[in-house]
Design a protein around this ligand. Structure first.
Ligand code: ATP
Length: 884
């Protein structure tokens, strides 16, 4: 068979090249267009092993994005990746095929080379995606059938439906431990294959079988046989882990009839690559052979990664030649092939690191640009001619062999064999030299390789050790975390308890204070009521005083009227008797009578002067009484104003107290101790100033009462003095008149005059006595009024004093109450302080525990780290110099 390059181009011979003819201009144009590799992600559901390990889901898939959390509790994902398409666990095989593979198959049918990779950690579903379940029931695929069986069915179904003239060939190769094997070789020991470079330095796979299949079922059977030969091993993750990379290749030839009637063959190729798991070797549990195998698998994958990175960075040199896998896939990465990568991942936290690494890998691959170019068409005639020539040559050889014994060949074949032999000999010589070189290089490589292998093994053991140490560390961190959690819960509960205690204490305190304050307010209100009562009493007293003053004034008016009446009556009586007496003796005693008359006139003048003085005295008394009444009235009014002011002050204080109590209550709630102190201080200052105010007012009242008393006494004294001087004056005048009369009597010596004299004197004495008794009764009334007033004033002063004592006592009680409140506050402060202290002690105990715990953890971590460093140093000490 012809050699076929991995990208599907025929490279077998120059002959075939000559026969090729490009008749598809578009394909060249199209090929010039660079397109990105398509990268999709498939995330399966958790498998049994992950569920059993209680490994939570840390991956979330949306149609274009995939989010990965380091911990499921984290709010934000650790990383979000964007891809061409993302399939979650709900995407079945059919959906993957319809969405991703059918468009690729159209390209294959159009004559393109296409590649589909499955890349991912072991057990993430690469083989499931590519092959899936291969059983067929009544010509129907299993629903879990993967991309390969579905592609075979699709190609046959569609091409048959299109009634196309086509043929389908398949090949199946495996790359295991950097060795290529043909899985379809009929030899029991699958033949080893070689990758050679053609004249265009393109990789050509040499010597593998390509099986022509007539139906999809044929293809599936071939796939099954090949799959059975694949290197499969059991790892920690997958019972049937594919330990090799495999490439299943479907080549489709489709006949096309051109308008000129010429038949051309379109060749399309579909490479389906199932890579070995990309995981960390130690995690998979690979040992000995498996580790070596993993190393080789990794070599291919590492080179694949490096090629992807180099393509991503647009480097000039892409290290395709460093592994067989990348040599095979060269055209699919940055070449002319249409490529799609399916990155498979697990959603479980167990695979978190590998998932991130797979997604990073896939992310980088997204930037690779390919320039797909459709394969050139081959004319059917040329192809048939080529095949006929081949058959002819084989037939001639067969004929020669049949006719003679031994080896018989046709002349042409013999000549070509001789030429070939000679060329082989030359080639052999060249190869020998090359071989020598290679041997030397191989030796060097082997030395290097053994060093690298040793290093690798050391590295692997270091890795294992690291893994172990970090697992221990992880365990320890888990226990520390749970202890921390426990400690923090303890602290939290202590704080909650403290908070509740504080709240209850504060509430209790507030309730107590509220009750006390309401008692105080009640007390103040009672005092205000009492003050109002006392004020009413004082007003009553002043009303009484006013009444007394009015009575006194009435009494004085009455006295004046009576006195005037008496004077008038006595005067008239006196005049009448005198005229009767004098008319009897008129004639007899005209001379004497003349004297008596003049005396009488004088006495009348005296008497009217006396009357006038008496009237003036009474008027001045009246005046004094009126001014006394006004003074009393003014004093009463000022007292009433004082009382009203006091009442206002008390009301204001009560209102202020209510307001300040409210604001204080609010403040107390926010800062109980400080506010209580402030409240107590402010209140005692206020109470003191209020008491001072009240005491001032009381003092003023007492002073005004005293001055009122003094004024009353002064008025009474003035009245007494006026009455006494009036009496003295009256007595003096009376005595003078008496003396004048006696002198007159002595002068005239008349008997009648004696009688008259006696009569007059008797009447005058009578008048004098009546006047005296009136004056005395007035005096008695005035002094009794003064006494009564002074008693009233005393009572008034007493009442004020008792009121002042009452107020002072009340406020001292009030002050005591606040002192008690302050003491209570201090007790409460102490209680809070004690609680705080207790809490601080408890917290510091917890803190010390916590610190000890952390210290112990640190020490453990340090010892682990020391162990880790020791072992790391031990492992690293005998390092060998790298051989170039
Ligand atoms: N999308 C999926 N739906 C259901 N089951 C799946 C899916 N993907 C994988 N599995 C199951 O997970 C297990 C591992 O899958 P598979 O063997 O295909 O993994 P792999 O990636 O090829 O592993 P390895 O690299 O070790 O070969 C299998 O039992 C498979 O049936």
């Amino acid at each position: 068979m012809d050699n076929v390059s991995f990208n599907g181009e025929f490279t077998g011979s120059e002959r075939s090249k000559k026969r090729r003819r490009s008749n598809n201009e578009n394909s060249t144009k199209e090929g010039e267009k660079a397109i990105n590799i398509q990268v999709v992600v498939r995330c399966r559901a958790r498998i049994e092993r992950e569920v059993a390990a209680n490994s939570p889901i840390v991956v979330q898939a949306t149609p274009r994005e995939i989010k990965v959390w380091a911990n499921p509790q984290d709010m934000m994902p650790y990383k979000t990746f964007t891809f061409d398409k993302v399939f979650g666990s709900d995407a079945d095989q059919n959906r993957i095929f319809d969405t991703i593979v059918i468009p690729i198959l159209h390209e294959v049918k159009a004559g393109y080379n296409c590649t589909l990779f499955a890349y991912g950690q072991t057990s993430t579903g690469k083989t499931f995606t590519m092959e899936g379940k291969l059983d067929i029931c009544n010509g129907t695929l299993n629903p879990d059938a993967g991309v390969i069986p579905r592609s075979l069915y699709y190609l046959f179904d569609t091409l048959e439906a299109e009634q196309a003239d086509f043929s389908v060939k398949i090949s199946y190769i495996e790359l295991y431990n950097e060795e290529l094997k043909d899985l379809l070789s009929s030899d029991s020991d699958a033949r080893q294959l070689k990758i050679l470079d053609d004249s265009n330095r393109k990789c050509v796979l040499h010597g593998h079988e390509e099986v022509l299949i007539k139906s999809a079922e044929d293809g599936i059977n071939v796939l099954k046989q090949g799959s059975m030969k694949r290197q499969v091993a059991q790892t920690n993750y997958n019972k049937n882990s594919s330990r090799s990379h495999s490439v299943f290749c479907i080549t489709v030839h489709i006949k096309e009839t051109m308008p000129d009637g010429e038949d051309l063959l379109k060749v399309g190729k579909f490479n389906l690559v199932d890579l070995a798991g990309s995981e960390n070797i130690s995690r998979t549990g690979a040992e000995n052979l498996r580790a070596k195998e993993a190393g080789k698998i990794n070599k291919s994958l590492l080179t694949l990664g490096r090629c992807i990175n180099s393509l991503n960075e647009h480097n000039q040199h892409i290290p395709y030649r460093e592994s067989k896998l990348t040599r095979l896939l060269q055209d699919s990465l940055g070449g002319h092939t249409k490529t799609c990568i399916i990155a498979t991942i697990s959603p479980a936290k167990l695979s978190y690191e590998e998932t991130i690494s797979t997604l990073d890998y896939a992310q980088r691959a997204k930037n690779i640009l390919n320039k797909p170019v459709a394969n050139q068409r081959v004319t059917k005639k040329a192809l048939i001619k080529e095949y006929i020539g081949e058959i002819e040559r084989l037939r001639a050889d067969l004929l020669a062999a049949r006719e003679k014994n031994g080896i018989y060949l046709s002349q042409d074949t013999y000549q070509s064999l001789v030429d070939e032999n000679q060329s082989r000999k030359d080639e052999n010589e060249e190869l020998k030299k090359l071989n020598e070189n290679l041997k030397q290089r191989v030796e060097r490589f082997e030395q290097e390789n053994s060093i690298i292998n040793r290093k690798l093994l050391r590295q692997i053991s270091i890795n294992n050790h690291h893994q172990k140490v970090f697992q221990e560390f992880h365990q320890m961190m888990l226990s520390v975390t749970s202890q921390l959690e426990y400690k923090f819960n303890e602290i939290k509960s202590v704080h909650i308890g403290f908070g509740e205690l504080m709240y209850n204490k504060a509430r209790e305190f507030m309730e107590r204070r509220e009750n006390e304050i309401s008692v105080i307010v009640k007390c103040i209100e009672e005092r205000i009521d009492r003050s109002i009562l006392q004020k009413d009493q004082i007003i009553q007293i002043f009303d009484n005083q006013e009444q007394i003053a009015i009575n006194l004034s009435d009494e004085l008016s009455k006295f004046r009227e009576e006195t005037l009446k008496l004077m008038d009556q006595k005067g008239r009586e006196l005049l009448k008797s005198a005229s009767t007496t004098f008319s009897t003796f008129q004639n007899e005693l005209s001379n004497q009578f003349e004297k008596v008359r003049s005396y009488q006139v004088k006495f009348g003048e005296d008497l009217s002067g006396l009357m006038k003085t008496t009237q003036e005295h009474i008027a001045s008394q009246n005046q004094a009484i009126v001014s006394f009444r006004n003074f009393t009235h003014e004093t009463s009014n000022s007292q009433i104003d004082c009382m009203i002011e006091q009442k206002h002050l008390l009301t204001q204080l009560a209102e202020e107290d209510v307001l300040s109590r409210k604001s204080m209550e609010e403040e107390i709630l926010s800062n109980v101790l400080e506010t209580l102190k402030k409240y107590g201080d402010e209140h005692s200052t206020k109470v003191k100033s209020f008491i001072n105010n009240v005491q001032d007012i009381i003092q003023k009242n007492v002073d005004s009462v005293k001055s009122f008393d003094e004024a009353c006494t002064n008025v009474a004294n003035d009245m007494n003095a006026a009455n006494t001087s009036y009496l003295t004056n009256f007595n003096n005048r009376y005595d003078t008149s008496k003396e004048n009369l006696l002198a007159l009597k002595n002068e005239n010596r008349l008997a009648r005059i004696d009688t008259i004299e006696d009569n007059i004197f008797a009447q005058l004495d009578e008048c004098k006595d009546a006047f005296k008794s009136k004056i005395i009764s007035l005096d008695t009334f005035a002094s009794s009024a003064v006494k009564e007033t002074s008693e009233l004033q005393k009572r008034h002063a007493q009442s004020f004093n008792s009121y002042a004592t009452d107020v002072t006592q009340g406020f001292s009680e009030f002050q005591n109450q606040f002192l008690r409140t302050r003491t209570d506050s201090e007790t409460m402060t102490k209680c809070v302080f004690d609680l705080n202290q207790a809490n601080a002690n408890a917290t510091s105990g917890l803190y010390i525990n916590f610190i000890n715990q952390v210290q112990r953890s640190r020490e453990e971590i340090n010892s682990l780290s020391e162990k880790f460093n020791d072992s790391d140093t031990k492992i690293r000490t005998p390092t060998t110099k790298r051989v170039r």
